[in-house]
Design a binder for this molecule. Structure first.
Ligand code: PEP
Ligand code: CO
Length: 471
């Protein structure tokens, strides 16, 4: 790892007053729940502030270095996991299976494209959900919307929907145990490349995609045996024995994020130690809002969702606000424009930043612009729409000479029936068979692998790394 200079983001440069972990409170806060008991909330915040950090500043800096590689066209980012993690679905098996499918996708992508894949989970903290409406009405009854398990419960009763500050502590503790297991899986042998076959779950292995994966896994195994036969000690190489796996979530509930923000003793900078990477959602990206203010002051690498209403001048101003010194790897833009709009909306945004010489990473979230209600009332997405947005994302970047830096998807390792089509060829009648998401529909393991093979092809087609053609 290269030596790190003091990060310039600790203090807001565009605000006349100094940034502090609590200065966001002077700004308008979008998407805030209506807390019925503020004294209880403040007590929970004080308790959380005494807890150990979930991640370390040095890990966040390493991720920023990795993302700078993505920005330079020398790596690809795979960011994936649940739409919303559930307090009721945090078993070791569920976490392991999610990790398995992400590792499989990364292998498929790396093997086909030769480009290193940076792996970031929407996990160990992805509990909060922004909502289009503050309230939900059913049969004349109007209740506070479900905002994710860090705030309330999805059951439709007044009691369940009441925001409960104790949930902030529960979210912290579940994040601790999830992260603990992830660290064990990714460094304790499970993620060693020699176990590439073991990541293929039985129900996936029988599918077309599973068989295609097995072919790659066989070839990797043969290559490892060859290296061993040549006298190379595979146990010596940490890159073969484990993987770097980072955590991320939408930084929506600012009292929680503030309580986990710590000053790094090495650099003096503030880091939000609830995750390595925090992103700003499409509903909380107001330039003069509390979320942008808070995140501008922490030194973690950041994400910013870019939805269909984003203008190119607005985007530039947000980049300058969140990344005032144009530091590579600091800011990742996650476009989520929809398959029908991306080819019209993305080019002017990418062009603007390219022409300004910006160093932001571009990635594609092909999920959030492609959600609709099935005839049975379930929220769903068509695999073909997801694929179409992704392939158009690659074509736009190819045409503009910029690097399509990554993929941001909602998925699970389970055999769920939430998205239509793809490897498992699901149709609307299948949706109720195993629909377990508490928020948006996720790709199941087979659909995820199918997606990875397609993206691997797009990456292969996109003439390898930018090299000298830098922006
Ligand atoms: C999400 O990523 O789950 C989400 C709510 O996205 P967006 O802010 O882009 O709508
Ligand atoms: Co979602």
């Amino acid at each position: 790892m290269s030596a790190h200079k003091k990060n310039p983001y600790a203090l807001s440069v565009t605000s006349p007053t100094a940034w502090t972990p609590s200065s966001w409170r002077d700004y308008p806060v979008a998407q805030s729940p209506t807390w019925p008991d503020l004294a209880r909330l403040h007590a929970v915040e004080a308790e959380l502030a005494t807890k150990p950090p979930l991640v370390f500043a040095g890990e966040a800096r390493r991720l920023q270095d990795d993302l700078a590689m993505v920005g330079a066209g020398k790596a690809f980012l795979l960011q994936a996991g649940d739409c919303a993690e559930s307090f009721h679905e945090a078993s070791a098996d569920a976490i392991r299976d999610k990790l398995k499918v992400i590792l499989q996708m990364a292998v498929a992508l790396t093997y086909a494209s030769g480009v290193p894949v940076i792996k970031v989970g929407r996990i160990a903290g992805q509990f909060a959900k922004p909502r289009s409406d503050d309230f939900e009405e059913r049969d004349g009854v109007r209740l506070e919307a479900f905002r994710g398990h860090i705030i309330n419960s999805e059951d439709f009763t007044a009691e369940a929907r009441r925001p409960d500050p104790a949930r902030l502590l529960d979210a912290y503790h579940q994040s601790v145990s999830t992260l603990n297991l992830l660290r064990a899986f990714t460094t304790g042998g499970f993620a060693a490349l020699s176990r590439v076959h073991a990541w293929n779950q039985e129900f996936v292995a029988h599918s077309l995609e599973g068989k295609r994966y097995e072919v790659i896994a066989d070839e990797i195994e043969r290559a490892l045996q060859f290296m061993k036969a040549c006298g190379i000690d595979l146990h010596d190489d940490s890159a073969l024995q484990g993987v770097d796996f980072y955590t991320s979530h939408e930084a929506l509930i600012l009292p929680y994020e503030q309580a986990l923000t710590r000053r790094d003793s090495l650099t003096g900078d503030y880091y939000d130690c609830s995750a390595h990477f925090l992103w700003i959602g499409d509903r909380t990206r107001q330039l003069d809002g509390a979320h942008v203010h808070f995140l501008a002051g922490v030194a973690n690498p950041l994400g910013l969702k870019v939805g269909p209403t984003m203008g190119s001048d607005e985007l530039l101003r947000l980049c300058e606000r969140l990344n005032p010194t144009n530091q590579p790897g600091r800011l990742t833009l996650i476009s989520r424009l929809g398959h029908e709009k991306i080819s019209a909306l993305l080019p002017p945004l990418v062009e603007k930043l390219r022409d300004e010489g910006r160093h932001e990473v571009w990635t594609c979230d092909p999920m959030h612009g492609n959600t609709f209600l099935a005839s049975g009332g379930q929220k769903t997405r068509r695999f073909d729409d997801v694929l179409s947005e992704t392939s158009q994302f690659f074509l736009v970047h190819q045409a503009l000479g910029t690097w399509p830096g990554g993929l941001h998807v909602e998925l699970t390792g389970d055999d769920v029936t939430e998205c239509l089509g793809g490897g498992s060829r699901l149709n609307e009648d299948d949706l109720d068979l195993n629909y377990t998401s508490i928020c948006d529909p996720r790709l199941n393991a087979t659909q995820s692998l199918d997606m990875a093979f397609h993206v691997a092809e797009y990456l292969q087609r996109y003439s390898t790394p930018l090299g000298d053609k830098s922006l």
